[in-house]
Design a protein around this ligand. Structure first.
Ligand SMILES: C[S@@+](CC[C@H](N)C(=O)[O-])C[C@H]1O[C@@H](n2cnc3c(N)ncnc32)[C@H](O)[C@@H]1O
Length: 219
């Protein structure tokens, strides 16, 4: 009955990545410039970027909010998925990351569609709410704040809107008892899954990507 969660045969991932070629020159350039500038090499994997692009396209999103910009890698994927008329508000606490991201969006031809907000996401998000309901929220920043980010998404997504949360497996620690130095992040991620699964605001699942991608549709 239970076919397990994911498949750890690296040959399969290699085959799919080679065939679907999820990283083109533009994304490779974002990754290379980010690393050269000393940013942490923690953007989504190329195939995860393709997942984001396809999910954005599938949902018909036109307005998206991203929490955790880094160098703009996933932001470009979301903008590609939204196509012409898509608008991304992306939030980044580190001004150096934001600067790289702005250049990434410029090179991708998305200068007019991407607004990079520099600041702590919990301070920036309230200012985005008055712009009206959003179609998609992508959460990929500090794990302890995921419950608060999910609450913002629940309040600000249109019915049928999509919330996507990266690192939903919490690097393999999700099912553990919340003790030790990871206690708060385990508690936070377990709380997020409780809300998605039983909170009544989302119809949700978790896609078994390498990091786990939680996907919820606002009901
Ligand atoms: C995993 S990276 C984001 C990767 C990006 N989504 C991508 O795939 O290209 C997380 C980013 O969130 C930023 N960040 C961490 N805590 C934050 C906070 N409280 N508010 C806004 N950004 C934050 C970090 O500086 C980092 O750039």
């Amino acid at each position: 009955m239970n076919k397990g969660f994911g498949n750890d045969d690296p040959g399969l991932a290699d085959y799919i990545s080679r065939l679907y070629a999820p990283e083109d020159e533009l994304l490779a350039d974002v990754r290379a410039r980010s690393v050269a500038a000393g940013l942490p090499d923690i953007q989504v994997a190329p195939l995860d970027a393709r997942h984001l692009e396809v999910l954005a396209r599938l949902s018909g999103a036109r307005r998206a909010v991203e929490i955790g910009t880094l160098g703009g890698y996933s932001g470009i994927a979301l903008l590609r998925g939204m196509g012409a008329g898509g608008q991304l508000d992306t939030i980044e606490i580190d001004p150096r990351h934001a600067e790289i991201a702005r250049e990434s969006f410029r090179r991708a031809g998305f200068t007019d569609c991407a607004r990079v907000h520099v600041g702590r996401a919990l301070d920036v998000l309230p200012g985005l709410a008055p712009d009206g309901p959003v179609d998609l929220v992508f959460i990929d920043a500090d794990k302890d704040a995921y419950p608060a980010y999910l609450a913002w998404a629940a309040d600000n997504l249109r019915p049928g809107g999509l919330v996507l949360l990266d690192n939903a497996f919490l690097f393999g620690h999700l099912p553990e008892k919340p003790t030790g130095e990871r206690a708060t992040s385990i508690e936070a991620m377990q709380s997020v899954h409780e809300t998605l699964a039983r909170g009544g605001k989302f119809r949700a699942t978790v896609l078994p990507t390498g990091e786990g991608l939680a996907v919820g549709v606002r009901v």
